[in-house]
Design a protein around this ligand. Structure first.
Ligand SMILES: *Cc1c(COP(=O)(O)O)cnc(C)c1O
Length: 446
């Protein structure tokens, strides 16, 4: 077996980006692959290590997106690679509900241990974030014998039929894909930057609007679950105001409602905690994981209070591939990397370096309306200077410049005007500073 040496962690631009080989591959893609799939960077990847992507033309590109918050431990992290190679030689599949195996149980034990709360917890594993959200809703409805699910403006929970209904944004997620599942109720989100009312009382005002809507429009006794991302991801890294998540959790407790945190994007050390809800000591009844859990392999989990997770009849939950042994081996490698290499601390440090850098840019360029986020989950919202009007043209121009110069940065936001930073937590300070330098040049071109 040949072992590849890791890529040197430096940016190196040797052709136009995209280069000729990428362009040829994109052409081939257009012939063979459904046009319904998006294409953020028209640049094909040949290899990757940690925070560097090597494209097919030989360019070394800084990864500021981690494949949408997945490779938190770095691309092809050593423990993930070793565990996967070992497991793929041992066995590849049984279907856990046909014949169980150890590493599925170990991942569940790790989730039960790592998620907030000292109560008895149990978990189940599936293949994707959307599938985990779907299962969380199934379990919450079954346990409470209620049907209504409360979600929020700017929410994103996936692309299956039920999760489309849970999403806030029509284009591109819902347009033409209806009908959608019933019994989904959307609440206002206290999005501080765009809040109409006084900012000093935003938490109390939002809670009053939400509880009024729940009680008058649904009936609290009909609500199975309140589902929220502790920091909203696709919606634009919207950080709820202090006290909001604790108030929602408290309200849920008082009304027999399951409080569900979708930590698919914010979890696994991303925000400088293992899970983002820890910032305010919130203990969800059900916590949903995916993305960062598998170090790049597809895996997702639902973890909850044992009595809730055990309330479903036998075989009410499952799936052919859920908790595949290779993905579980990868997850154990990713979790060991986070814990043994201090990546929670590392995320806080990244938050400092990145946050300081972005605030310096905001002071220099009035097109940056706000810098927000936590740990290694940071964003800037672009506006028409002197207003809060979204400026998606500026965003496109900035990201285009960064791509051409070997830095991949993702966008987000209901108004397509947010630049989000989700670097691998193993990124070096040198690469972060280099990425910020390119970003500075990009803003200077506006
Ligand atoms: C990505 C995401 C999902 C969906 O996960 P998939 O693995 O793409 O199905 C759900 N919730 C949040 C918050 C996400 O960021």
């Amino acid at each position: 077996m040949t072992t590849l040496t890791n890529l040197e962690q430096v940016r190196r631009v040797v052709t136009a980006i995209p280069g000729p080989k990428s362009n040829a591959l994109i052409q081939r893609r257009a012939e063979a692959v459904s046009g319904g799939l998006g294409l953020t960077f028209p640049v094909a990847i040949e290899r990757a290590s940690d925070a560097i992507l090597l494209d097919v033309d030989g360019n070394q590109i800084i990864d500021m997106g981690s494949g949408i918050g997945v490779t938190n431990v770095g691309n092809s992290a050593s423990r993930v690679v070793a565990n996967v190679i070992e497991q793929v030689q041992i066995f590849t599949h049984t279907c856990f509900t046909v014949n169980p195996y150890l590493n599925y149980i170990e991942v569940c034990e790790a989730l039960n241990r790592l998620t907030p709360g000292t109560h008895k917890k149990k978990s189940m594993l599936v293949n994707s974030g959307a599938e985990a959200v779907e299962n969380a809703v199934k379990i919450a409805r079954h346990y409470t014998k209620r049907q209504a699910i409360v979600v929020f403006e700017h929410a994103y929970h996936g692309r299956t039929n039920l999760t489309m209904a849970l999403n806030a944004k029509n284009m591109p997620y819902k347009e033409g894909f209806g009908p959608f599942a019933p019994e989904i109720y959307r609440m206002p989100m206290p999005y501080e930057f765009r809040w109409i009312g006084p900012k000093e009382t935003i938490t109390a005002d939002a809670m009053e609007m939400i509880t009024h809507k729940i009680e008058k429009e649904i009936g609290a006794h009909n609500v199975a679950a309140i589902l929220i991302e502790p920091i909203q991801g696709e919606g634009g890294f919207i950080v709820p105001p202090k006290g909001f998540l604790p108030a929602l959790a408290q309200y849920s407790r008082e009304h027999g409602i399951i409080f569900m945190a979708d930590e698919v994007q914010s979890g696994f050390a991303r925000t400088g905690h293992m899970f983002a809800v820890e910032e305010e000591g919130v203990v969800p009844d059900i916590l949903i994981t995916a993305k960062g859990i598998g170090g790049g392999l597809p895996l997702a989990g639902v973890t909850g209070r044992a009595e809730i997770m055990d309330s479903v009849h036998i075989s009410g939950l499952g799936g052919t591939f859920g908790g595949n042994p290779i993905a579980c081996a990868a997850a154990l490698g990713a979790i060991a990397t986070i814990e043994e290499d201090g990546l929670i601390e590392r995320a806080r440090h990244i938050g400092q370096v990145l946050g300081d850098g972005l605030r310096a840019l905001a002071a220099k360029y009035p097109v940056i309306g706000e810098v927000r986020g936590r740990g290694a989950m940071q964003a800037i919202e672009l506006i028409v200077p002197g207003s809060i009007e979204p400026n998606s043209a500026a965003m496109s121009q900035v990201l285009k410049y960064c791509t051409a110069n070997g830095v991949f940065i993702l966008s987000a936001g209901t108004y397509n005007n947010v630049i989000r930073f989700l670097p691998p937590l193993v990124i070096t300070d040198e690469l972060l500073v280099d990425a910020l330098k390119v970003l500075d040049e990009a803003f200077a071109t506006l």
